[in-house]
Design a protein around this ligand. Sequence first.
Ligand code: NAP
Length: 355
Amino acid sequence: MSNPNSSRDLSSRPPFVVTGASGYVASWVVWELLNRGATVRGTVRDPDNAEKCWHLREMDQELPGTLELWKADLLTPGSFDDVMQGASAVIHTASPFIMGEPKDPYSELINPAVKGTRNVLEAVNKAESVGQVVLTSSVVSIYGDSKDLEDAPGDAFTENDWNTTSSADYQAYSFSKTLAEKAAWEMAKAQTRWRLAVINPGFVLGPSKTPRTDSESIKMIRGMLTGRFKIGAPDLTMGVVDVRDVAKAHVEAALHADAEGRHILVNQSLSFLEMGTILRNRIGGKYPFPTRKIPKLVLYLVGPSEGLSWSYLRKNLGYPLRFDNRRSRERLGIEYRPVEDTLAEHAEQLIETLS
Ligand code: NAP
């Protein structure tokens, strides 16, 4: 596999489409493309929503590339047809990201994720110019619960693994991402013109380009700063990755035909307590970062009111989590930033905006 040249100038390329451009992850994808001189067509639900879009317009002013904002909704059939015409590559990130169990998993998560992905790829099928599609999936399409690692063939999750344990009633977000990725593979295999590369990030953290604070990634670091885990952290582990590495992976995957297939994007697996320890060491003891694990019994009592069901706790609490990230390093040339920097820079940014 070739090692991609990340500094490649993209100014002479036909446009790149980025769906859900105003989101936490997508805003960095747009930044990465504009920084390399690309023409970007970012789709948003409402281009006139200044609160969600001003940072994108600012990037357009400051960076060498050119940004156009197009209106499109995942659930409106045909909504993406026009924006695809003449584009070379499509990076499909738009999808609702809600942790915890929603009231109506189909309308809140599964339909926008699955029907939305089909809608976007049907538009790709109608645009002869598009040769490469990159889908933002997740590691939650690879595994459902940390306990699933016991049944995985290796000692770490790889791109060969699929989540078989989530459902509409249990981990609906994970289920939505799994179904959406499967739908994308089905559509990719039914044609021969465009290639599909999938990015499967772990929990994405790091400084945000959007001023919004409602993204799950941002909520989590804010929770650390504002004392959500003051009495103790649940003994839960997640794969963590920097948002800037995730953005770079999307762009490299859009540029390289040999990047076809799935790519796990995880730097390191960390427990909540380990994250708290990193933050305390880097930011200082002024903030109520967790200093101990919350006892199991207490967690079983308070967990359900915090969105952690007993079933979830049984299959995740205290279980280790390991991912093989070799493919992202070898194919996409990702050199992961230290997680200490990811966490500290994210927290420092939030401290500045919260004060
Ligand atoms: P986010 O900031 O909440 O962004 C989600 C984006 O999806 C927003 O731009 C949102 O548009 C768009 N969207 C939602 N419903 C839509 C609809 N019906 N029509 C059009 N757009 C819609 O979350 P994020 O963390 O950046 O997530 C982006 C992608 O990364 C998602 O596919 C998510 O599953 C994936 N991912 C995230 C993480 C993570 O830890 N953050 C990890 C793995 C994978 P509006 O601005 O209009 O609301």
